[in-house]
Design a protein around this ligand. Sequence first.
Ligand code: NAD
Length: 457
Amino acid sequence: MELTIIGAGYVGLTTGAVLAELGHVVTIVDCDRRKVDRLKEGIMPFYEPGLDGLVSDQLRTGRLQFENEITITNQTELVMVCVGTPPNEDGSPDLGALTSVVDDLAKQLLLGQIVLTKSSVPPGTNSWICKRLSDAGIREMDCPVVSNPEFLREGTAIEDTRRPSRMVFGIDDRLSLAPRNELLERLYELYRGIHSPLLVTNWEGAELVKYGSNAFLAAKISYINELSCICDAYGADIRDVSCGIGMDPRIGPDFLKAGLGYGGSCLPKDLSALAYCAESRGVTSHMFEEIGSINERQMLAYAKQFLTEIDTERSSKINTEQKIRVAVWGIAFKPETDDTRMSPAITFMKQLLAWGVEVHAYDPMAIFSAHGLYLHDDPYAALLNADGLAVVTDWPVFAMNQVNWAFVKETMRGSVVLDARNIYHFGHLEKYGLIPVGIGRPLLQHQSIISEMRGNS
Ligand SMILES: NC(=O)c1ccc[n+]([C@@H]2O[C@H](COP(=O)([O-])OP(=O)(O)OC[C@H]3O[C@@H](n4cnc5c(N)ncnc54)[C@H](O)[C@@H]3O)[C@@H](O)[C@H]2O)c1
């Protein structure tokens, strides 16, 4: 098939490269001219494992190309919309990019071309797209609109696109049997070679599968983080507790790892968008709001815990007039990406900076700038004279056996290590004279501060 993908972000670029690999002829359009120019040379706009090689290979086959403007030809069979839908201040999604794309398509679409929405959008959006096109004279039966939400994860985007957990098609439930079957046949043709469970529903159902999935994942993380505080209070180890809970097949082990909270470009945004959608239709939902509040409290509570541990050590050792200096390992919201959107690491660092702490950070891929923040290109350089180290993103390079702990201790001025991903064996760190602090790990001296923070917020 010949198709046009609009938006060369994590979703559009990965999907386009994989569909080209499957034999389709793909044009990816992005309004960012510099991004397009660089992509034509095979230079990636972000880090995603394996994507540079895949894009270069597909560029060479001639099946993948990049353009700066949407140009629909009569060869185009399908247009896939993959533009961003970032959050507005009030939690609603900003559909500005999507609206501009739809208006552009309204001027260009030709009979039989399918519009497929991959961007995550609120319920009612695909119906609205259809209406907007029809107001411009494009009938639904001529150019069907399909909601096809995306579930790929950054860091494993290629694999997730080649073998998705599921495929969801949301189509207009007013379509009669023959056009509906014809449409489905063309969608099967698009994804020929990709095998996954399939759900066909209406537009709103598909839109809510996406928002509902991300809100549920956020809920799982907030749930285990809330439980980690109870572990702190009772001296249980959250790692054992979550392992035991995850053994229940009705629950499953994923997304039950306690930490500083969820982040990234999707979970926080889709959760607040869902809460906004509920409220705007008069549906009362306290749960979504609480999931977000737990997330915020978690980051604050452990930033406070980290500083308290540092203060305790400093007061017994050195001139406490000296500014507190900490090292933070990890800036990206998770490993194997350079995406820092809504990263817990950034909220954590901003909180420390707001408390007057000097922050020295290192990440293998991600960068971030803020007043008072010093970026390093070596993890040990960030540690020089630090009072504490916080390991916030679990990149493989920060794994227990990858770190030279003797050198860590020697380079730092203090000894506190906040293991915000619970990846370290505390006994091992203690052997080097370090003071480990975890999330929901049984160290009785840490209980009171976390319980107090939780109780007060
Ligand atoms: N990133 C993920 O992990 C992920 C996973 C599943 C779903 N999604 C959803 O997919 C959508 C895209 O996400 P993303 O992370 O790929 O976004 P992104 O911000 O990485 O990329 C969006 C791209 O769209 C381009 N764009 C914006 N307006 C445009 C226009 N008018 N014409 C052409 N190009 C335009 C931007 O320049 C940018 O390159 C969002 O709705 C997101 O919620 C993202």
